[in-house]
Design a protein around this ligand. Structure first.
Ligand SMILES: Nc1ncnc2c1ncn2[C@@H]1O[C@H](COP(=O)(O)OP(=O)(O)OP(=O)(O)O)[C@@H](O)[C@H]1O
Ligand SMILES: [Mg+2]
Length: 317
């Protein structure tokens, strides 16, 4: 190797080393920033009144918003002062399902950024007393949500004597989803009876155990419960769908409820009336049962076996 070639080699190595050091420094800086972000928000005092429930899933389109609307409505119907918050910044939907989209003036981000007071943004539900909706913003700015801002809103809800705060998580495991679960005491892991949904739910359970405020403060872990939605017993029988038992075996968290697939759900969403208010619908009844269990009452599982047709009923012993 000539002297010149040697120099060239050395220079290359040095450049590589510098690049590595730079990238390590960058990594470290990134970690410090995340730590700082958490530090700001990890206030040790527990909330006085509110019990925070996140409706989460990892996977998209499994029924989180439908379930948030139904469960928040069910809890409020039982007399508890409840707020339901849409964390899906940029893609708000909860206001539609709750039927209050025309009354949205201010939103969650406006409150976090100090552009509106919390009581200006909270929309009183038109179906049930004790229920308030905090809509998401349509902004594209994903950084608008901050741990500090979310905590500020929760502390204010706490001071306003709310009892339950239901957080409708966006899909995925990015900022919005992480923020929505961070302060949770309890998680409703919404899952469809299919492998990809179960896998994403498993991932979310891991995140609940590692990245929630409860895990960071080494408190009792977030109570994660399984809500199996869009269940079709006839398809389970034909082995086209995972059974309740299959899913429970894979996820090993207690079962909160099983919601059958029902065309009533889409009708309910389109009319802005949460499905739980439809007392004729099996899906509505199944949500009622889930709310009972959430509030600590034991109720048997329904709608997990195939419905008997007219002949089945006649020949039933
Ligand atoms: N039990 C059910 N029976 C029939 N359709 C259902 C049921 N639950 C939810 N759906 C339908 O599934 C679709 C997705 O529901 P929803 O918007 O609640 O999911 P999501 O998890 O909030 O979605 P995203 O991840 O996009 O926020 C909707 O069209 C809804 O009507
Ligand atoms: Mg949703």
């Amino acid at each position: 190797m000539s002297e010149l070639e040697k120099k060239d080699e050395e220079l290359k190595e040095q450049t590589q080393e510098t690049a590595e050091v730079k990238s390590e420094a960058k990594e470290e800086k990134k970690e410090t920033v995340t730590e700082e972000k958490k530090e700001e928000s990890t206030k040790k005092e527990p909330f006085k009144n509110i019990h925070v429930i996140v409706v989460t899933s990892g996977k998209g389109g499994v029924g989180k918003t439908t379930s948030s609307a139904a469960i928040a409505t069910g809890i409020a119907k039982k007399g508890h002062k409840t707020a339901v918050i849409d964390f899906d910044v940029g893609l708000r939907n909860l206001d539609l399902i709750m039927g209050c989209e025309r009354r949205v003036v201010y939103d969650f981000i406006n409150v976090i950024q100090g552009e509106a007071k919390l009581n200006q943004a909270l929309i009183k539900d038109r179906h049930v007393d004790n229920l308030f909706v905090l809509p998401a913003s349509q902004t594209k700015d994903k950084d608008a949500l901050t741990y500090d801002g979310v905590e500020k809103v929760f502390r204010e809800l706490d001071d306003m004597n709310f009892e339950y705060v239901v957080c409708d998580s966006p899909a995925g495991i990015e900022t919005g989803a992480l923020m929505s679960l961070y302060f949770a005491d309890e998680a409703i892991v919404t899952t469809n009876p299919e492998v990809s949904s179960v896998r994403d739910s498993d991932r979310i359970i891991g995140i609940l155990n590692a990245k929630s405020r409860r895990s960071e403060l080494e408190l009792e872990p977030v109570a994660a419960k399984l809500l199996l939605t869009r269940y079709v017993p006839s398809r389970v029988k034909k082995a086209e769908m995972l059974s309740v038992e299959d899913v429970q075996e894979l996820l090993t968290i207690p079962l909160l409820g099983v919601i059958p697939e029902s065309p009533d759900v889409l009708k309910a969403s389109n009319s802005g009336n949460p499905i739980i208010l439809n007392a004729q619908s099996d899906a509505g009844k199944a949500y009622e049962d889930a709310v009972e269990r959430l509030l600590g009452n034991e109720v048997p599982l329904r709608f997990v076996t195939e419905k008997k047709g007219i002949f089945g009923k006649i020949f039933k012993k």
